[in-house]
Ligand binder design. Structure first.
Ligand code: P6P
Length: 333
């Protein structure tokens, strides 16, 4: 494949179908650059000064930051001066982060989970950054949390970075899904997979099976059928993977199919699930749908959900279309 950089890809997209206005192109490039910095910090591991709270102090006399908090700061600092954003929101911050008055404001709002899969940091398993882009409501003055409460169908871009054996950036602006691999020597993102497509069928499922005794009947029945393999209703054997890093599980599914499930369960009947709607489920749902897959909460399309709170949680079933439709169907019975 001819070597195409992220910048060249974005310029060509903007030129061909004008789907990426200049400010959105700048936003994506700034986020991509921030992910490069996070990848660098993550890659240092114990050799860096960012694992855990090392108890040591940095030059400003601050206690060393945890990697997930540092990642949050990298994204905030990278994005606040560019003039492309009106505000940001992050899993790491209780309230929204308006752009400081000393900088110009733009028409976009950026939401992110700066470092997803944090439980894997200290054991060197892939982790990542997830981001979602919304447009600021017309005529918005001072941004409030309410301005962020838009359904996933309003996203204009979404993506994730995986910090693993390779560092990759997977991106959609509503015109398919493309994957860029970080060339560490040149420090550039190189297009390595165009128009990723999820197979409609799969033989691989992802769920934390230690919660099985807490699952509600539809999930229990669906997973039991998978486990029964060719001896049961499905007539074929299935394999299981659970990395406990959503970005890594979703990246596998985008590459070879599968179904990822984090259902609500009886452990906390008042909670609809563990994962966050605005900056985990919605961006991943956008990517998965753009790659021909499906994403529901068991009852409705994730991207149709009208949010009521910035950090609200949601049940997630996403991946190969035919499997997601099947397990969603069980919820409707
Ligand atoms: P569990 C990571 O903490 C995360 O938010 C997702 O990345 C991942 O899929 C899930 O939680 C793992 O949850 O309960 O298996 O540890």
């Amino acid at each position: 494949m001819k070597r195409v950089s992220l910048t060249q890809y974005l310029v060509e997209e903007q030129r061909q179908n004008n789907k990426i206005p200049a400010e959105l192109r700048l936003l994506i490039e700034v986020v991509a650059r921030a992910c490069k910095s996070i990848s660098h910090a993550v890659g240092k591991g114990a050799l860096g000064e960012v694992l855990g709270s090392a108890g040591s102090e940095n030059v400003q006399g601050e206690v060393q930051k945890k990697l997930d908090v540092l990642s949050n700061e990298i994204l905030l600092e990278a994005n606040e001066w560019g003039g492309h954003l009106a505000a940001m929101a992050s899993e790491e911050m209780e309230t929204i982060h308006p752009i400081p008055h000393r900088y110009p404001k733009g028409e976009y709002m950026l939401l992110f989970d700066p470092l997803d899969g944090s439980s894997n940091i200290d054991v060197n398993v892939s982790i990542g950054t997830i981001f979602s882009v919304l447009k600021a409501p017309d005529g918005m003055q001072e941004p409030t949390e309410k301005d962020f409460l838009q359904p996933g169908t309003k996203q204009v871009a979404a993506g994730y970075a995986v910090y693993g054996p390779q560092t990759v950036l997977v991106l959609t602006t509503g015109d398919g899904v493309n994957c860029f691999t970080l060339d560490r020597e040149m420090g550039s993102w190189v297009l390595t997979q165009r128009n990723m497509q999820i197979p409609a069928d799969t033989k691989e499922f992802a769920i934390n099976a230690s919660n099985a005794r807490h699952w509600y009947p539809p999930v229990k029945r669906y997973v039991d059928e998978l486990l029964a393999g060719k001896t049961g209703a499905r007539g074929k054997d299935f394999n299981m993977r659970w990395i406990a890093s959503m970005v890594a599980d979703v990246h596998r599914i985008l590459n070879r199919g599968g179904i990822f499930m984090y259902p609500a369960d009886a452990r906390e009947p008042d909670k609809p699930g563990k994962l966050r709607l605005m900056y985990e489920a919605n961006p991943m749902a956008f990517l998965v749908e753009q790659a021909g897959g499906a994403a529901t909460n068991g009852k409705q399309r994730i991207m149709d959900i009208q949010p009521t709170k910035l950090h609200e949680r949601v049940a997630v079933f996403l991946g190969s279309k035919n499997e997601v439709e099947r397990v969603t169907g069980y919820h409707g019975e």
